[in-house]
Write a protein that binds this ligand. Structure first.
Ligand SMILES: Cc1cc2nc3c(=O)[nH]c(=O)nc-3n(C[C@H](O)[C@H](O)[C@H](O)COP(=O)(O)O)c2cc1C
Length: 394
């Protein structure tokens, strides 16, 4: 079971796991250095075994262990602090709407609340009065500060859909209509003339939905692998644009669309990025393009949303990988679970602002004629799908 990537310590662990009773009886101090024992303790899930090992440690071993726990705790806290400060500063959790990106997200969020209400099976007439007021205030503020754009047009379309829904039921709200008429004057543009709707609701027919959605995707899903070999064929930016456009169909929290993609295509820059990333050893020289998926903290607005950027960015990244796959490109996600020092290093290298969370990197290229992939066996379905059997199911 031991493999080449394991350290000597790890290989010893695999060959003689902790559950081996003969080894358990062996005095730990003789068999392992304190460093090794500490390493095992950190990974040992069995509490009793951990206590037993600690008791067997020499004083210097115990001291070492305390120092290690203290140091690692400090490092962990420092890294949480780094994330905390960025959420504190760059999201709307504390400094609400104090930048264009933040205010745009707040407008979108409120407008989307209206759209969502209108898309319910039986919207209640007069619903969302407070939300309408909030949206109007945010929208008016946004227009004063930044003028009309796609965000305000989408919001005005949502308000228009709200007004029309009520007009259809013989309900009128003169105050809303006056404010909306003013906003329409400022925001309406060529899009409306072309009949392009940016907000409100759309009606979908089941037949159309089934026709669009019922494609057997088994082969598509099963043929994607993380690929670490690429041909020399350069990647066309048009393909990336098309893939990003597809990935933009990914759902996002209140349609705030926090995900961003940074494209790195110059050879030296790619090598620089991958050297910082450290997870593409053995194939980084072949990588023809790197995408960095980030998520803008400005799109999020409360303590409850402190992790939402990771979630929305992750969802987007996966869609992007599928989209690249659909364009005949191969890819490998490259992990960005990094400490703050590394995070700062990549930001400085690419100029990624602190207001964006770096979610993951993706190596992209064309496939060679043949290539090898890791089998990466999947868990059985029963381990993944856990069906609730109701109160009596236990
Ligand atoms: C978030 C994330 C980070 C990853 N980081 C790396 C990496 O740094 N280096 C690498 O070679 N593979 C990386 N991978 C690829 C995984 O090893 C791979 O997805 C997994 O083994 C499943 O294999 P498959 O993608 O071929 O189905 C990463 C995958 C994900 C989802």
């Amino acid at each position: 079971m031991a493999n080449d990537n394991m350290t000597q310590q790890e290989q010893r662990m695999v060959r003689s796991p902790m559950s081996d009773t003969s080894r358990d009886r062996e005095p730990v101090r003789r068999a392992r250095t304190p460093v090794e024992t500490g390493w095992l303790i950190m990974r040992e899930k069995d509490e009793h075994a951990t206590c037993r090992q600690v008791r067997r440690l020499s004083w210097s071993g115990r001291l070492w262990l305390v120092a290690k726990v203290a140091r690692d705790t400090w490092t962990l806290a420092g890294n949480f602090w780094y994330d905390f400060v960025r959420v504190w500063k760059y999201s709307s959790a504390i400094w609400t709407g104090n930048s264009q990106a933040k205010l745009a997200a707040l407008v979108t969020m409120a407008a989307h609340g209206i759209e969502k209400g209108l898309s319910l099976p039986a919207p209640r007439p007069g619903f969302g009065r407070e939300l309408i007021e909030l949206l109007l205030c945010r929208l008016e503020r946004y227009l004063v500060l930044f003028g009309p754009d796609r965000v305000t047009r989408a919001a005005v379309d949502a308000l228009r859909a709200y007004r029309d829904f009520h007009a259809g039921r013989g309900i009128s709200d003169p105050a809303l209509e006056t404010r909306l008429a003013r906003l329409e004057c400022v925001c309406d543009s060529a899009e409306k003339d072309r009949g392009l709707k940016l907000g409100g609701v759309a009606v979908i027919r089941r037949e159309q939905f089934l026709e669009d959605a019922r494609i057997d995707l088994t082969r598509f899903f099963a043929s994607r692998h993380s690929v670490r070999e690429f041909s020399d064929h350069p990647v066309n930016i048009g393909d990336i644009e098309a893939a990003v456009r597809l990935a933009m169909y990914t759902p996002s929290c209140c349609n705030r669309q926090a995900a961003r993609v940074w494209l790195v295509q110059e050879r030296d820059r790619i090598q620089g990025v991958l050297t910082i990333q450290e997870g593409a050893r053995g194939f980084k020289e072949q990588v023809p393009m790197v995408l960095v998926v980030t998520a803008d903290l400005a799109c999020f607005q409360s303590a409850g949303e402190r992790y939402q950027a990771w979630i929305d960015g992750g969802l987007f990244a996966m869609s992007l990988v599928w989209a690249l796959h659909s364009r005949g490109l191969v890819s490998c996600m490259l992990n960005w679970s990094k400490r703050k020092e590394k995070d700062r290093e990549l930001r400085a290298y690419l100029g990624i602002p602190q207001s964006e969370n770096i979610v993951v990197l993706i190596a992209v290229g064309h496939p060679p004629p043949t290539w090898r992939v890791a089998v990466s066996a999947r868990r059985p379905l029963c381990e993944v799908l856990r069906v609730d059997e109701g109160r009596d199911g236990a």
